[in-house]
Design a protein around this ligand. Structure first.
Ligand SMILES: Nc1nc2c(c(=O)[nH]1)N[C@H]1C(S)=C(S)[C@@H](COP(=O)(O)O)O[C@H]1N2
Ligand SMILES: [Mo]
Length: 303
């Protein structure tokens, strides 16, 4: 990670002054605010689902975070060693105010919301996760997206010392992901810094990760160190590794099967071994909010 430089823009430079001052007063009133925010300031959201959240112990022990290994228990076992403080996020490409922003600074003036979302993994299991976070659109608007930007690219930390999967080269690293700009700007798309009212555990992508609830889980990239605004569709880790199985869009779609298994139904983590599988919903149940983004597109072709 690049070291912050004294001439780099500060987060306060890209936050409208009035908002900065008001929020600051608000946050000071609310008391101390740890890095990446506990939930004390989080408010509920109209975007939350009403299904009961999956147990915290399952959300934090059954993970995909290949940098720490392939097995579902590897991230909880190994990710504790990842250093998440201090943390900088580089924002670059087609933006008015590129820079390396200190996350603690960004979070100081950032109101947080609780968003209870369905998470549907491409491996056909799902969970209900009470995230704490904020809309990606707000952050992009503050750094100033230039008109030529059409996509947003994201990159995860690479630290061979603390990441056994990186040392073992089980995938090409850094893990990279991308969204079309309109997908990134959709109010459902959030950057999460917490879950169940606490800062994110490392295995879930601390200190900051993407959550795109209408897409398969692999789009929701963890432990982000770089966000780039770009003109062309950026490469993504899973579609580069296995293009016939994983596409750029990765919208949850019960009608388009993975070449090796059906996507019509899913197992809800925590339901128990003999529980009935649940029907997978189009766009993971978020069709009212996002179907319009794909009007006229052949979703079997753009999978
Ligand atoms: N950097 C990185 N991000 C990642 C992954 C990964 O291996 N590395 N796995 C993805 C996959 S496949 C899923 S299903 C979700 C899982 O998120 P969770 O462990 O918080 O439930 O994270 C996604 N983000
Ligand atoms: Mo996944």
């Amino acid at each position: 990670m690049r070291k912050p430089h004294p001439t780099d823009p500060q987060w306060s430079d890209v936050t409208p002054r009035a908002m900065f001052v008001n929020r600051r007063a608000l946050m000071l009133g609310a008391g101390a605010f740890a890095l990446a925010g506990p939930a004390t300031a989080a408010t509920p959201s109209r975007f939350s689902v009403t299904e009961p959240p999956t147990e915290r112990s399952a959300i934090t022990s059954y993970n995909n975070f290949y940098e720490f290994g392939f097995a579902k228990e590897d991230p909880a076992r190994h990710a504790g060693k990842m250093k998440t403080d201090p943390w900088a996020v580089q924002i670059d490409g087609l933006v008015d105010r590129p820079g390396s922003y200190d996350l603690a600074d960004v979070m100081k003036n950032q109101p947080l919301e609780e968003r209870i979302y369905r998470l549907r993994c491409v491996e056909a299991w799902s969970m209900i996760v009470p995230w704490i976070g904020f809309e990606l659109a707000g952050l992009l608007n503050r750094v100033g997206v230039q008109p030529s930007a059409k996509y947003v690219a994201f990159e995860t930390l690479v630290d061979p010392e603390t990441m056994p999967g990186v040392r073992g080269r089980n995938l090409a690293y850094p893990y990279v992901e991308g969204l079309r700009l309109d997908e990134a700007m959709n109010p459902l798309t959030i950057l999460a810094t917490g879950l169940y009212g606490d800062p994110l555990p490392n295995q879930n992508g601390a200190p900051i990760r993407l959550v795109v609830p209408w897409k398969y889980g692999f789009k929701s990239i963890k432990s982000i160190v770089r966000i780039s605004l770009v003109a062309d569709e950026p490469p993504t880790t899973w579609s580069a590794a296995q293009p016939s199985e994983y596409g750029f869009y990765a919208n949850v779609n019960p009608q388009v099967d993975h070449p090796r298994w059906s996507q019509a139904s899913e197992r809800r983590v925590g339901d128990g071994l003999f529980a009935k599988r649940r029907e997978t919903l189009m766009f993971n149940g978020y069709a009212d909010e996002v179907a319009g983004l794909y009007a006229g597109m052949d979703l079997a072709k753009f999978y």
